[in-house]
Design a protein around this ligand. Sequence first.
Ligand code: CS2
Ligand code: MG
Length: 402
Amino acid sequence: MKITDARVIVCSPGRNFVTLKLETDEGLHGVGDATLNGRELAVAAYLQEHVVPLLIGRDARRIEDTWQYLLKGSYWGPGPVTTSAIAAVDMALWDLKGKALGAPVHELLGGRSRDRVLVYGHANGRDVAETVAAAERYRDLGYRAIRLQSGVPGLEQAYGVGRGELYYEPAEPGLPPEHGWSTEAYLDLVPKLFNAARNTLGWDVHLLHDAHHRLTPTEAGWLGHRLEDYRPFWLEDPIGDLLQDGFVHLRRQTRVPVAVGEIFNSVYQLHRLVTEQLVDYLRTTVLRTGGITPLMKIAHLADPYQVRLGSHGATDLSPVTMAAALQVDVAVHNFGIQEYMRHSDQTDEVFPHDYRFHGGYLHPGDSPGLGVDIDEDLAAKFPYERAYLPVSRLADGTVTWW
Ligand code: CS2
Ligand code: MG
């Protein structure tokens, strides 16, 4: 089966997405997601100028070889742009493989280990009361796991709050919005948030929280210790992900489960975290880490260390990524939970897909391939509009991780 055409489709049905569509000489096509929030055109250009010329005429059946060829052949190794581009190719090739064999991709990954995929929703509000009320709405929708993100007293904006009821869209058109940040006010708030949530929701629901890379190991250790009695499912991105020694210090200070990895683009960024059991869940996705091929390797590495997958699933990952992620989620043994930040109706119309939400779980279909597609004609009606993620500053103006 030879690749005969490769199209890079940039569209913006509610938000910007980059999608790769591969056509073959057997009349089959496959799709892959290449979206990198705030830097979409960098990946689109990488694909169009440097990858597409290498794909035409290649045997679409050779998935591992293509993945190795595109990564090692780049010389410069993994990075967010490179691996997002390679991920789109890898997803599209798995989509084609499944379609050619008449099987959903999870059948090619070892078959189902579970019938459905536990997901979590995103309750948010301007304050604790609004956030807990939103969490009650998510519970009433059937969610069994809910992330809590609240406004912080004294700050105009906070990560994870606003721009949508069932989802959270941080990127904004124009130049990067600037948000204030106060660690002290945040650390005062979060224990109160969890106390109110447990008092209202009880214990029969998983509660999660994302610190979004903003704390030092000492600050995160203090917060984790304070949250232990509320039994969080996980504390996500408690510290900056890139200095792995920080997780050693964090592990000494708290037993709260830790989730990390949504910005990781290679196994080398998480190898020590797994083999020294410094984290409990890996947030790495089929998109950021380069596709289904590397994520399966990561899952198999993590399994004997009792580290589970808890993949990223925000709005800036398209339904193509969600469909591909669910193929992995339903197959691997060491699955924990899948983030499910719903997309807008516009997005769902451009990317028709099989997966459905019911009773707190996502149910991937059994269509051959990934179970998702892109409606190119409809996509063309939503042109790209440059948008940026926010920049965060302390009260004195110092830039900090957003
Ligand atoms: C967040 C994301 O979903 C999450 O856990 O970390 O919303 C993240 O901020 C966005 O994907 C960035 O584009
Ligand atoms: Mg996160």
